[in-house]
Design a protein around this ligand. Structure first.
Ligand code: NI
Length: 139
């Protein structure tokens, strides 16, 4: 962290009470650390909105591996985006269900497109893109 600056914030008392309760439940040691994280979250969201920023993200997919040719289709999609797909992990949850976690890095727009193709594949029970960051733009 660089130089620290202080600033005052005015809030309705009830809102501050709710915030304090929230940061207690989330185990933050103080308000400053919680506010820093909120700001960083907004900055990461903004990077994803802008679209051409370099971002990192994680796609998770839950599916039944007996579902037709789904495994082949998911593999085909991933072979179309080898520049952005860093790695993936396949976990056999039970006899039928698999969890696949795919780590992505690249331009936000492109990562969203990859995530859309994977999560919309027929047979995927649950798909999610978790928006993260390369961390380079965050202090
Ligand atoms: Ni499996």
């Amino acid at each position: 962290m660089g130089e620290l600056k202080r600033f005052g914030v005015s809030l309705p008392a009830e809102l501050l009470e709710e915030f304090d309760q929230l940061i207690y439940e989330k185990n933050y040691s103080n308000r400053s650390e919680a506010i820093r994280d909120l700001i960083r979250c907004e900055l990461v969201e903004e990077d994803w909105q802008v679209g051409n920023e370099e971002c990192a993200g994680i796609v998770s997919l839950v599916y039944d591996h007996h579902s037709g040719d789904l495994l082949d289709r998911l593999t085909d999609i991933q072979h179309d985006f080898t520049d952005e797909i860093i790695c993936n992990t396949h976990i056999h949850l039970d006899h039928h269900n698999c969890l696949e976690v795919i780590v992505l890095q690249g331009r936000a727009n492109r990562l969203k497109k990859i995530a859309d193709r994977l999560t919309s594949a027929r047979g995927v029970k649950h798909g999610n893109l978790s928006l993260s960051t390369t961390g380079r733009g965050l202090k």
